[in-house]
Design a protein around this ligand. Structure first.
Ligand code: TXA
Ligand code: MG
Length: 317
């Protein structure tokens, strides 16, 4: 199915047009602080089903529902005390909370893929907030990339993967954080890490005062169903922890990396590296190298989310 994709600017009229398309059941890609999302009215089955179709998602993984505020989130789900504390500490921001859906929340069943829980997030991006206001409904949105491909951090990445398959792209420039949100679920009242992401685990642990339980570590039995081993994959194979560059490879460096075609952060700054990660993978993917070699990245702070995405990009397909 091919259609004309409208390219909208971050102007007042662009936002109003994007809101109108969402209200009419269309699909709009929009920027958050993490990555671009592919949004649809979360209350309506048909637009939500079109998300899966446009992405070519093989199965119905649950989608994150985006709202403007904690208050709007509480209309949709129950917040155990620990969830409420995390929401108050980190929303708006790159944190998704998986919490029990309220009966009568009015969300499409496709959003939660039949689970009794829902993933909720309040993004810290002014343009996303304006869009939610214009749309006036909760917005279901996975990352705006074809299934299994690298997540988009620029409107041009979205266009390269989904032009002709969605109704509009709202261009808000590059995403500041650059990796997807950290996902936290709850075992009773105990927070469980389901996906490392843009909010460092250390920040969560500092807020809760305890080490976080880790969930979804087995790729065969992911507790966050979208967490399959091979994901975020560029066309070329990826070789991790590379300390050299082999014949035919391009090198994606971190810190000091002589001969690197691109460097996530020459200064070794993990924030900068996260913001650059998908953009540089998109760029190197076009270079038609035999492989993309990647320098070692420390497993602390945002390094954890970066390594998680890189391991999935390197996993056998
Ligand atoms: O930063 C982000 O989180 C971006 C932006 C657009 O907000 N969104 C994003 O969505 O990364 P997506 O669909 O690519 O990843 C959503 C993840 C999947 O792994 C899914 O399984 C998990 O969230 N998830 C959603 N609802 C869930 C639920 N009820 N229980 C467990 N996992 C859930
Ligand atoms: Mg995704």
């Amino acid at each position: 199915m091919t259609q004309n994709t409208e390219h909208l600017s971050a102007s007042e009229s662009g936002v109003q047009r994007a809101g109108e398309i969402l209200r009419a059941g269309g699909l709009v890609a929009f920027p958050t602080e993490t990555v671009y999302g592919l949004g649809a009215d979360a209350r309506n089955d048909t637009p939500v089903a079109r998300i899966y179709e446009a992405k070519g998602r093989p199965q119905f993984n649950p989608l994150i529902v985006h709202v403007a505020s904690l208050e709007a989130a509480q209309a949709l789900a129950e917040f155990p005390p620990a969830a409420l504390r995390l929401a108050q500490a980190f929303w708006p921001g790159p944190l998704t909370l998986v919490v029990p859906m309220k009966p009568g929340a009015g969300l499409s069943r496709l959003v939660s893929a039949g689970l009794p829980t829902v993933g909720l997030r309040v993004p810290d991006a002014p343009l996303a907030q304006k869009l939610f206001e214009a749309a006036g409904c909760p917005i279901a949105a996975p990352s705006a990339n074809p299934s299994g491909k690298i997540s988009p951090t620029r409107a041009a990445h979205v266009a390269a993967g989904l032009d002709g398959r969605i109704d509009a792209i709202l261009d808000g420039g590059a995403c500041g954080v650059g990796v997807e949100s950290t996902i936290v679920g709850f075992d009773g009242d105990a927070p469980v890490l389901l996906r490392p992401g843009g909010l460092p685990v250390e920040a969560l642990e500092a807020a809760t005062g305890a080490p976080l339980l880790i969930g979804g570590s087995s790729p065969d039995a992911p507790s966050s169903p979208g967490q399959l081993a091979s994901h975020y994959a560029p066309g070329a194979p990826v070789r991790l922890n590379a300390t050299d560059k082999r014949e035919g490879e391009v090198l994606l460096g971190f810190g000091e990396a002589p001969g690197a075609e691109a460097n996530l952060s020459p200064a070794g700054d993990l924030l900068e590296a996260a913001a650059n990660l998908f953009d540089m993978l998109h760029a190197l993917d076009r270079a038609e190298a035999t492989a993309i070699a990647v320098s070692p990245i420390p497993e602390t702070g945002l390094g954890r989310a970066i390594n998680d995405r890189l391991r999935r990009a390197a996993a056998p397909r």
